[in-house]
Design a protein around this ligand. Sequence first.
Ligand SMILES: Cc1cc2nc3c(=O)[nH]c(=O)nc-3n(C[C@H](O)[C@H](O)[C@H](O)COP(=O)(O)OP(=O)(O)OC[C@H]3O[C@@H](n4cnc5c(N)ncnc54)[C@H](O)[C@@H]3O)c2cc1C
Length: 281
Amino acid sequence: MSIAYHEPEALDAAVRLLAEIEGARCIAGGQTLVAMLNAGLVEPAALVSLARIPELGAISRAGDGSLRIGAMATHEAIAESPLVARESPLIAGAAGAIAHPPIRSFGTIGGAVAHGDPNADYPAALVAADARVEIVGANGRRAVPAAEFFQDYLTTAVEPGEIVTAVLVPPPPAGVRGRFLKFTRVDGDYATVSVAALLGCEAGACKHIAVALGAVAPRPVRDRDAEIALIGRPPTDQAIAVLGETLAAACDPVDDVRGSAAYRRALVPILVGRAIKSLMQ
Ligand SMILES: Cc1cc2nc3c(=O)[nH]c(=O)nc-3n(C[C@H](O)[C@H](O)[C@H](O)COP(=O)(O)OP(=O)(O)OC[C@H]3O[C@@H](n4cnc5c(N)ncnc54)[C@H](O)[C@@H]3O)c2cc1C
């Protein structure tokens, strides 16, 4: 099978190609797509590379103060960016936790979020950070909250012909710190469970808390009511344990080579406790 390959140098040209060629698909770093092509899981009519569109690779501060990470920014560029380290250690931590250096140097945040794998590392981090995913298509530009973007296993808010152009991470409230914790069988593997946590305390009481889980359901798991219940209260061992147990009950894990559903559920309160306590030190 031969596949036409296009390398547009502007975003509107890429959008046009995707609209004109039925069954065309974008390719970012090819880290997942090439394996899917080799396995015969997808048969696109054409590939539209995003590699030559400079604006998609930029990491910058947006006009509203958000961190704007272009879709073609690699995991390596994100993990090593001083701006990301300063503005969102949580996202930097997730990027640095992905696989191995070769994957991190080619794989992109846009490709990772568009693929929508619930076992991947960004989804939980983006949901905890209240990030938005910017999407451009023939009908214009929109920004979808991460909590709505990740919809189901390999299913996101991206419609056929649309391109993820950036991830927008709002600045966390003053004094809030973030941590991405990934539990794996072996170094470099996908997560058995991942925890993305943000915490800010004032006078010993929780002022801001957000905790999202990855690899334990078809989409990231977060419980805002359980977080709100902690606001204004000290994050005691007991209060954190209640949050961990509530999140464990909300999970819908699978049995696979990285762990049984029961094992994953048992890990959740332990890892949530570790992540939150690390932010209190
Ligand atoms: C061995 C291995 C180990 C890995 N381990 C991890 C891990 O531990 N944690 C983790 O999170 N990930 C892991 N990954 C996945 C890795 O993060 C990839 O970067 C990610 O899957 C996306 O790859 P890519 O950016 O090259 O996108 P591609 O492979 O080029 O594309 C992936 C999919 O997204 C679509 N796409 C790409 N870019 C866009 C865009 N901007 N807009 C719309 N659609 C787009 C493509 O059409 C395709 O369907 C691993 C991958 C491999 C091969």
